[in-house]
Write a protein that binds this ligand. Structure first.
Ligand code: DX5
Ligand code: ZN
Length: 238
């Protein structure tokens, strides 16, 4: 399993050293929540923060865009150093074109669904996405409670992807993930886990990472989990 700690819960007065501490602890991914105050009710940070951190760390930058019509900003985030861009299905009118452009720019392309968004159109995107993010809270803030109905949704998405040639597309879960529920989420079919408050509130980070990993430990690796375990930051893959 991959844990992608959400920067939104880190100490904003020292983001560079937070990244260094995570890397030292064995963390490999960083989840960056970009929120525009329109698509979701919060304003966080944008490309200047991401490009500054890019110079300090080689974590895999998993950038979650909670912004309206994200296709307006893809080139900017590529230049800032994103390794994956995740756009919301609800926010983009021309989703297939947007995902294709993300890949053209050399990044992995992810699509995110709010808790109440239906999964059926994922069937038409299996050739265009590298990852599906299922929101398990309504987007905007960290520290919210996991919505239990998302467990069934993870199972349904895993099944839909497997039936449509997407066996190697991992499912990411974001919102309210903690060591107490991660085992169930793995069983349902999730491979990548975002954690904000349940990670950063409990240093030291190496022990906290171990706690998530131990709780997630399950049987043999699924094809999707094996596939994303090889994803590397762009700079390192050239
Ligand atoms: C919410 C963000 C999440 C959030 C997760 O809009 O997308 O990534 O920071 O935080 P926790 O794990 O505290 O729910
Ligand atoms: Zn997020």
């Amino acid at each position: 399993m991959i844990l992608s700690p959400s920067l939104l819960s880190a100490d904003f007065s020292c983001l560079g050293s937070e990244c260094a501490a995570m890397e030292q602890a064995g963390v490999t991914w960083l989840h960056l929540d970009v929120i525009d105050g329109s698509f979701a009710p919060n304003i966080t940070f944008g490309t200047p923060v991401i490009s500054s951190l890019r110079k300090k760390t080689s974590l895999f930058f998993d950038v979650h865009l909670m912004v309206d019509q994200p296709s307006r900003y893809l080139d900017d985030f590529a230049r800032a150093g994103a390794d994956m861009l995740v756009v919301h299905m609800e926010a983009e009118t021309h989703l297939q074109r947007c995902l294709a452009r993300i890949r053209e720019l050399g990044m992995r392309a992810g699509v995110a669904l709010n808790p109440s968004t239906d999964i059926s159109s994922l069937r038409w995107l299996a050739d265009d996405v590298d990852m599906v993010l299922l929101m398990s809270v309504n987007p905007g803030f960290s520290g919210q409670k996991f919505l239990p109905m998302v467990e069934g949704k993870i199972q349904a998405v895993r099944r839909l992807l497997d039936e449509n040639g997407g066996q190697e597309i991992p499912v990411q879960v974001d919102g309210g993930v903690c060591p107490e529920n991660i085992g169930r989420l793995v069983t349902c079919g999730a491979d990548i886990f975002v954690s904000g408050s349940a990670f950063f509130r409990f240093p030291p980070y190496d022990q906290r990472l171990k706690c998530f990993k131990d709780a997630a430990e399950q049987g043999p690796l699924r094809p999707a989990a094996a596939a994303c375990s090889h994803w590397k930051p762009r700079a390192a893959s050239v």
